[in-house]
Design a protein around this ligand. Structure first.
Ligand code: NAD
Ligand code: TYD
Length: 347
């Protein structure tokens, strides 16, 4: 793995991955970060990286769906490995405007696979989500053999991309690995997702919009633990295999929001309790009730374990957002604010 094409490296997980890979791992090659810089991609997420790693990091602004761009990258940089994060990633947006999800998540993945097939690669690692498995009842866990049953345009487009990656392994023998991870949280997450949205709204004393009755359950994983798992799979995972990644940390949304409120109250004492800002709003259509991931295969075969507890990871995350108000203000002054006010009347 000498020349790794990382797609979507300016987003939340991709930017954490690039930092960790360059500064803390045994990876010695070069990263070529291809990112379209949509509303969710931000060059600032990798501030300092191009200076610190002049010979080992290149940023290219471009679209994974654009054949010329991808072909040129293979030629110019001798790409031998792909780590594919780029996607439209927010379920609520996929409900309002699914077209970009089909284009980027399906057509974009197809385009990358085609260039991997034509040029040959050492590895195509595809980053996916546990949401492809659909929704669980009160019991059970998603395993690697759980049938796909996606319920949103987002999860359906990710499911389609997973199946294309699988087919390219089976049909053309492209060396692939796939990881399906649970909900991530941590630094640099765009504040449309539950945890950063609640932290920032709570800090600004705005309403905390909890969908439905807040009883939906997600399995939370600190982003750093996800990135370490991805690198382990890339290095040691069996080609053609899928690995589930989860935090073994199932929590109801309302409990997550209350934990954030408690942390905010500790940091900013004297104000009215943040939990008074909790507002139950109309539920998301097709809202999956429960996600919970069985990551035994990854734990057993590749000796991975999450290091961060939810309590410690959440406290770090709240502090990170409060320490990065300039980043937050710039992010929120852009397309995000406009989009939210267009679609949700400015929650
Ligand atoms: P994100 O929305 O924060 O970042 C996506 C990045 O992809 C952005 O930098 C964006 O500019 C870029 N991008 C979008 N369309 C592009 C295109 N056509 N060409 C090039 N770049 C493009 O997403 P994230 O939360 O970092 O998620 C990364 C990956 O991990 C996604 O594939 C997502 O499905 C998966 N995933 C996310 C989570 C989570 O909780 N966030 C959990 C499991 C899996
Ligand atoms: P989200 O962060 O959008 O991730 P996903 O839908 O991919 O799991 O949402 C996490 C959970 O929080 C989900 O059950 C929806 C809920 N939610 C709210 O209750 N209010 C909000 O404002 C948001 C963004 C999400």
């Amino acid at each position: 793995m000498k020349n790794m094409l990382v797609t979507g490296g300016c987003g939340f997980i991709g930017s954490n991955f690039i930092r960790i890979l360059l500064s803390e791992s045994d990876f010695t090659g070069r990263i070529i970060n291809l990112d379209k810089l949509t509303y969710a991609g931000n060059l600032e997420n990798l501030d300092g990286v191009s200076d610190q790693f002049k010979d080992r990091y290149v940023f290219v602004k471009g679209d994974i769906c654009d054949s010329e761009t991808v072909s040129e990258l293979f030629k110019s940089y001798g790409v031998d490995t792909i780590c594919h994060f780029a996607a439209e990633s927010h379920v609520d947006r996929s409900i309002v405007q699914p077209d970009a999800f089909i284009r980027t998540n399906i057509n974009g993945t197809f385009n990358l696979l085609e260039y991997a097939r034509l040029n040959g690669v050492e590895l195509f690692h595809h980053i996916s989500t546990d949401e492809v498995y659909g929704s669980l009842g009160e019991t059970g866990l998603f395993t690697e053999t759980t049938p796909y049953s996606p319920n949103s345009p987002y999860s359906a487009s990710k499911a389609a991309s997973d199946l294309l990656v699988r087919a390219y392994f089976k049909t053309y023998g492209i060396p692939v690995t796939i990881s399906n991870c649970s909900n991530n949280y941590g630094p640099y997450q765009f504040p449309e997702k539950l945890i950063p949205l609640m932290i920032l709204n709570g800090f600004e004393r705005k309403a905390l919009p909890v969908y439905g009755r807040g009883v939906n359950i997600r399995d939370w994983l600190y982003v750093r633990d996800h990135c370490i798992a991805i690198w382990k799979i890339m290095k040691h995972g069996k080609r053609g295999e899928t690995y589930n990644i989860g935090g073994d940390c199932e929590i109801r949304n309302i409990d997550v929001v209350e934990m954030i409120c408690n942390l905010l109250d500790e940091i900013c004492p004297g104000k009215t309790p943040a939990r008074e800002l909790i507002t139950f709003v109309k539920d998301r259509p097709g809202h999956d009730m429960r996600y919970a991931v069985d990551s035994q295969k990854l734990q057993r075969e590749l000796k991975w374990r999450p290091e961060e507890t939810f309590e410690s990871g959440l406290a770090k995350t709240v502090q990170w957002y409060l320490d990065h108000t300039e980043w937050v203000n710039r992010i929120k002054s852009g397309a995000y604010t406009q989009w939210i006010s267009d679609h949700y009347g400015g929650i």
